[in-house]
Design a protein around this ligand. Structure first.
Ligand code: PGA
Length: 227
């Protein structure tokens, strides 16, 4: 089977208690039928629960890897409210940068995102850089891309899932520009994931809504690796 990367993006959802419950449920499902070694699953949770999730994942020898959803464009210093890459590195190996929700709601620009990528790379965090279409600029050194058309995100009104063949073309265009791994994101579900990961240029999915429910996320992972 081809290697797959499946990301779960919880966005601004869940408390620490809810995160613990989710992990307990996920671990029960995942230990009964093991995740194949070709499949990497990264859970990207809010900052507040990263420490607890990390500790519980280590204790349960979980197959999950942990990621953050953002990072400061600066290193240590007088940047009230920011969490920097050096701090994150104690807890996670992965970080999402450039999600369309950050561009839209927090006015993040290509220049700012390039600084975030630079900081993440200094600390050897693995960056999942989100692009919205073929023309989105990708900062130097980024190897992992998530193609997420903003109109396909399950929480926008009148969303619709991208056509897998068209998604493949967009993902292929980023491979041609040097990306090693390209994911599709936007209403990925247990029902539609196979149509995406069967495409030659798509190496997995980044899932928002479907990752909030442990069983649904597990079903999505299972469907992906069964494809
Ligand atoms: P969605 O979100 O799966 O709920 O559409 C994906 C994302 O925004 O990463």
């Amino acid at each position: 089977m081809k290697p797959l990367l499946i990301g779960g993006n919880w966005k601004s959802n869940k408390t620490i208690t809810e995160a613990r419950e989710w992990l307990k449920q996920f671990n029960l499902l995942a230990t009964n039928s093991r995740i194949p070694k070709e499949v990497t699953v990264v859970l990207c949770a809010p900052y507040t629960m990263l420490k607890v999730l990390k500790e519980e994942m280590v204790a349960a020898a979980s197959a999950l890897e942990l990621g953050a959803q953002d990072v400061s464009p600066f290193s240590d210093g007088a940047y009230t409210g920011e969490v920097n890459a050096r701090q994150l590195k104690e807890l996670v190996d992965w970080v999402i940068i450039g999600h369309s929700e950050r561009r839209k709601n927090f006015m993040e620009t290509d220049e700012l995102l390039a600084k975030k990528v630079e900081q993440a790379q200094k600390e050897t965090l693995k960056v999942i850089f989100c692009v919205q279409n073929e023309t989105t600029p990708v900062p130097a050194g980024v190897k992992i891309i998530a193609y997420e058309p903003p109109w396909a995100i399950s929480t926008v009104s009148n969303w619709k899932t991208e056509d897998p063949t068209r998604a493949n073309l967009v993902c292929q265009s980023f491979k041609k520009k040097g990306a090693a791994i390209v994911l599709y994101g936007g209403s990925a579900s247990p029902e539609n994931v196979q149509a995406f990961v069967r495409q030659p240029a798509i190496d997995g999915v980044l899932s928002g809504g479907a990752s909030l429910d442990a069983e649904k996320f597990w079903n999505l992972i299972k469907a992906a690796y069964a494809s």
